[in-house]
Ligand binder design. Structure first.
Ligand SMILES: CC(C)(COP(=O)(O)OP(=O)(O)OC[C@H]1O[C@@H](n2cnc3c(N)ncnc32)[C@H](O)[C@@H]1OP(=O)(O)O)[C@@H](O)C(=O)NCCC(=O)NCCS
Length: 143
């Protein structure tokens, strides 16, 4: 069984590794700490023996934004990504947040389907959004 819990600063190396190995965009160690300080309950990890996934978000007024969501490959397809997302949405609701948005690479079909099955809809597209020139879909969900 895995546990979903709030990120702690000592988790930063595990989360950095998961992001590095599972996300195309590359992020600095400091960014994770900054995201956590800005909104501690919006940064969650999934822990078995080790940390195997995380979700990190930000918010502004009544909208939360998922900045990163990743689960290590061998642990995918076991409901961990869904559990992270559900707990994130729960934390949003506690704060009175009404919408959740995110950007996803237009070619990341698995993630797009993952979010669509969980009630997110594509609202718009941003060309040349990522460092490598890939475009993003902006997806939204009312919670
Ligand atoms: C998107 C992601 C976080 C989902 O995590 P997950 O732990 O696999 O999520 P779940 O197990 O809750 O659901 C995955 C879905 O894929 C299916 N699946 C089955 N086996 C799978 C496998 N080996 N790998 C991935 N998905 C699998 C699941 O059954 C489930 O299907 P459903 O949508 O019909 O319910 C994960 O695939 C990931 O880290 N992807 C790379 C990073 C990424 O693209 N992040 C999102 C962009 S920000």
């Amino acid at each position: 069984m895995y546990l979903i819990r709030e990120f702690r600063e000592e988790d930063v190396y595990d989360v950095f590794r998961i992001a590095f190995e599972n996300l195309t965009e590359k992020y600095s160690l400091d960014l994770f700490l900054d995201i956590h300080r800005a909104w501690p309950s919006g940064f969650l990890v999934a822990e078995l023996k080790d940390i195997v996934g995380f979700i990190a978000g930000s918010y502004y007024e009544g909208n939360a934004r998922i900045l990163m969501l990743a689960v290590d490959k061998p642990f995918r397809g076991r409901g961990i990504g869904s559990a992270l997302l559900n707990r994130f949405i729960f934390e949003c609701k506690k704060m009175g947040i009404r919408t959740v948005s995110l950007e996803v690479r237009t070619g990341n079909i698995d993630a797009i389907q993952f979010y669509q099955k969980r009630g997110f809809q594509v609202m718009s597209r941003i060309d040349n959004y990522y460092t490598n020139g890939d475009s993003a879909y902006v997806m939204w969900k009312m919670i």
